[in-house]
Design a protein around this ligand. Structure first.
Ligand code: PRP
Ligand code: URA
Ligand code: MG
Length: 213
């Protein structure tokens, strides 16, 4: 997996405010949205385009346009939903599919509780959105699912990642056979004994949408 850690003072600034436990939910949602738009610029560096020619008022100009089929953006519910609008701002014509996944906080195993994706993802570039890559169980399972459906190019966009999670995804996907890139705003130190990213930002879903039982 190719890992790109964003290195930009605006991203670092916004990430620092996001981490702060005093940051309230509306501000957290706005910052997550802004961060994703900044990350989307890097994440779409490999987006597929076709050559086209347009007529300007002066002459013909050669350019490009997004290839068909359009990329598929896949937010992983719940927390990934907080990244969707930020991504759509740069990729407004992308289709959107949904994966609902939750991590058991005792076993740290991820399960899928909802799926709304095209049946056939052949030749599709997929952008997976999830703010947190912790143990990596969720992201691994999501990518395996998309590749089984035919996706041939995967970019995961996260706000934070832990080294243990990156290592797990790399091991799980060693034979996946499609290019996988991770673009993240921050690479943190480690996981704690509850599987939370340290220093992290806490529970991203709860900070975006509130605590559910
Ligand atoms: O790398 P992992 O160890 O699998 O953990 C990361 C996952 O945990 C969080 O989701 P959570 O299960 O809390 O669901 P939520 O988005 O509904 O809050 C987060 O948004 C990731 O999906
Ligand atoms: O630190 C973490 C780990 C998993 N999920 C979160 O929301 N935060
Ligand atoms: Mg959560």
């Amino acid at each position: 997996m190719h890992v790109h850690v964003a290195d930009h003072p605006l991203i670092s600034h916004k990430l620092t405010v996001l981490r702060d436990e005093r940051t309230d939910s509306p501000t957290f949602r706005r910052l997550a949205d802004e961060l994703v738009t900044l990350l989307a610029y890097e994440a779409t560096r490999d987006v597929r385009v076709d050559p086209v020619t347009v007529q300007t008022p002066v002459a013909e100009a050669r350019g490009v346009r997004l290839s068909t089929p359009q990329p598929l953006v896949v937010p992983i519910l719940r927390a990934g939903l907080g990244m969707l609008e930020g991504m759509q701002r740069l990729l407004p014509t992308a289709e959107v599919g949904f994966l609902g996944m939750v991590r058991n906080e005792e076993t740290l195993e991820a399960t899928t509780y909802a799926e709304r994706l095209p049946d056939d993802l052949a030749r599709r570039q997929c952008y997976v959105l999830d703010p947190m890559l912790a143990t990596g169980g969720t992201l691994s399972a999501a990518i395996e699912f998309l590749v089984q459906r035919g996706a041939d190019h995967i970019t995961a966009v996260t706000l934070l990642a832990a080294p243990e999670g990156i290592a797990r995804v790399e091991a799980d996907l060693a034979d996946i056979g499609v290019p996988v890139t991770l673009v993240t705003a921050g690479l943190d130190e480690r996981l704690n004994d509850k599987g939370y990213i340290v220093p992290g930002l806490g529970d991203a879903g709860d900070r975006l949408y509130g605590v559910v039982g």
